[in-house]
Design a binder for this molecule. Structure first.
Ligand code: NDP
Length: 259
């Protein structure tokens, strides 16, 4: 038994590749799962599919960059089920640009979503976890939280920032029943990675398959990561069994980063 039955979970970005897998995983664990993202249509389609398979799911449109919208999200989940016990900060955007060509707007948008969005959710949902003396915060990072990569300065800075947030918050909550951890996936086999590969393929005059092969070859296991590998780890981190693990950033990247 994972001890997750009936727990109230929030997955931000729950309509995307990894977010959807997280929502499925936690509903399979018999949790009540709220999914949030900006575009209501995709969000509802995702929730309907999960509900059709018997999962208990709630879809609420929310832009995590807007604190008031995050507060409203908390109120809506609270009215239906109660306080969020497991917060998965997964909403994120990734866009590449060389530093000198990068527009300031791109920097602002990536930092606001990946870092401040997570900050907003922690601000809104942590206090109830502290009151209950139990909670789990799982931040979806990236290998870019640990090492630098060219042409993704903003993304890398946002994920490094998320690592700092994870560690400091883990220290502050260490004696209060709350754990704060991070999962750092490598290239995941999802729609976003295929879109990124398409952009790079056009720029480099290569095929999408060639670019995907390059992504895969960047890891010692020479493969992309499955979304289920990320969601299974999240369920393990959220379980009662791992109450002693906090402040950690676990890579699921085929061995690409051993730090
Ligand atoms: P997707 O683009 O497939 O999904 C992103 C999700 O976040 C969507 O549901 C999107 O919905 C939502 N989202 C984006 N901006 C906001 C916002 N401001 N407020 C609320 N929701 C938002 O991405 P992935 O599934 O690939 O990525 C998920 C996470 O995993 C990200 O944090 C990413 O950095 C990380 N990651 C991904 C990797 C990969 O290879 N795919 C590798 C390593 C890490 P909407 O647009 O409707 O708001």
């Amino acid at each position: 038994m994972s001890g997750l039955e009936n727990k109230i979970v929030l997955v931000t970005g729950g309509s995307g590749g990894i977010g959807q897998a997280l929502a499925w995983e936690f509903t399979r664990q018999r949790c009540r799962v709220a999914i949030a993202a900006r575009r209501q249509e995709t969000l509802l389609a995702c929730a309907e599919e999960i509900a059709r398979h018997g999962g208990e799911v709630l879809a609420i449109a929310c832009d995590v960059t807007d604190r008031q919208q995050v507060k409203d999200l908390g109120a809506a989940i609270g009215a239906r089920w109660g306080a969020v016990q497991i917060l998965i900060n997964n909403a994120g955007i990734a866009r590449a640009a060389s530093f000198t060509e990068m527009a300031d707007e791109l920097w602002d948008e990536i930092l606001a979503t990946n870092l401040t969005g997570t900050y907003n959710c922690c601000k809104v949902f942590l206090p109830e976890m502290l009151r209950a003396k139990w909670g789990r915060i799982i931040n979806i990072g990236s290998t870019t939280a640990k090492v630098g990569y060219r042409h993704v300065t903003a993304y890398t800075a946002s994920k490094h920032g998320l690592l700092g947030l994870t560690r400091s918050l883990a220290l502050e909550t260490a004696r209060q029943g709350v754990t704060v951890n991070m999962i750092c996936p490598g290239y995941v086999d999802d729609e976003r990675t295929r879109e990124n590969a398409q952009v790079l393929a056009q720029k480099a005059g290569k095929s999408v398959t060639e670019i995907l092969q390059l992504f895969a070859a960047s890891a010692p296991q020479q493969r992309l990561i499955e979304v289920d590998e990320v969601s299974s780890l999240a369920a393990l981190i959220a379980s009662e069994k791992l109450g002693g693990m906090t402040g950690q950033a676990i890579s699921v990247d085929g061995g690409a980063t051993m730090v």
